[in-house]
Design a protein around this ligand. Structure first.
Ligand code: SAM
Length: 266
């Protein structure tokens, strides 16, 4: 996968892309992340990227010209890649007004060959970028950030870990919070783990089994995989009901899950 980040603060990305899974994915060339300084696409002495808004009002707005020039240059490069058979791409504008990022959207983006992420600043970006240049606007949540860079880093992190090969044990990404099941959870799943089916993840524990008087649930150390699977499913349901009841309706639930939920709600 190729990721192009368009920003007025290229140094911002030094930290977020240099650790853990992202770093390994870059080193193994699973993902090629390139950062583009918007100021390099300006034509004036002061390298101006912003201007006052038409109609008056607060703050400054990122000008359209440098963004269009940058993305057009990237599109020429993408056209050459298309010739090489890599076609699926998306130009994304980071925006508080965009579609909210969730695991399903991250999975959709992970299936693409190329992402171009445009980071806004100030009061935002000239609307013509969203209307005529970007394929979509994405928000990372219902709050306002100072700039799109943090949002872009969140998207890159979330998406890259879903690219096959990025996470050592791919099964682990399938059973994480929010991940929709490929098939409904059944009572006779073969392993001690289970797909989250759109629920929050179950609780995790590691050694020591007793720490300052706090003990690991007995079921996890007794080696009975069916009991462990049931315990994980029940605790995932409990946690989802407690912290994110809105996820329950859309989750993939087995008959056993529904019975457990009915008991919990009593
Ligand atoms: N005036 C805008 C509004 O009220 O929606 C907020 C502009 S914000 C201060 C500057 C930039 O930060 C935006 O252009 C966008 O790129 C980025 N940004 C802010 N909140 C975001 C969010 N929730 N998700 C993604 N990007 C965001």
């Amino acid at each position: 996968m190729r990721v192009d980040l368009v920003t007025i603060f290229p140094d911002f990305f030094r930290g977020p892309l240099d650790y853990g899974i992202l770093r390994r994915a870059r080193e193994s060339e699973l993902v090629d992340v390139r950062v583009h300084d918007l100021r390099e696409f300006t034509r004036d002495r002061h390298r101006t990227v912003d201007d006052r808004p038409f109609g008056g009002g607060e703050g400054m707005v990122l000008k359209p010209e440098p963004i269009f020039e940058c993305i057009e240059k990237l599109k020429v490069a993408a056209r050459n890649e298309r010739l090489a058979g890599r076609a699926k791409e998306s130009v994304i504008l980071l925006s508080a007004q965009g579609r909210r990022l969730d695991q399903a959207l991250a999975q959709e983006l992970a299936a693409l060959d190329r992402l171009v992420l445009i980071c806004g600043r100030y009061e935002g970006v000239d609307e013509r970028v969203s209307e005529h240049l970007a394929d979509r606007e994405i928000s990372i949540g219902d709050y306002v950030l100072s700039g799109g860079e943090l949002g872009a880093a969140v998207i890159v992190d979330t998406v890259v870990r879903l690219v096959p090969g990025a996470v050592g044990n791919e099964a682990s990404t399938r059973q994480e919070s929010f991940t929709a099941s490929v098939a409904p959870a059944t009572g006779d799943a073969p392993s001690s783990t289970c797909d989250s089916g759109g629920l929050l993840d179950y609780p995790h524990y590691t050694r020591p089994a007793e720490f300052r008087g706090m003990t690991v649930p007995e079921v996890l150390v007794n080696g009975n995989h069916d009991q462990i699977r049931r315990w994980r499913r029940r605790t995932a349901l409990e946690k989802t009901l407690r912290n994110r009841p809105d996820l329950i309706d859309a989750a993939t639930l087995s008959d056993e899950d529904r019975m457990l939920l009915a008991e919990m709600k009593k």
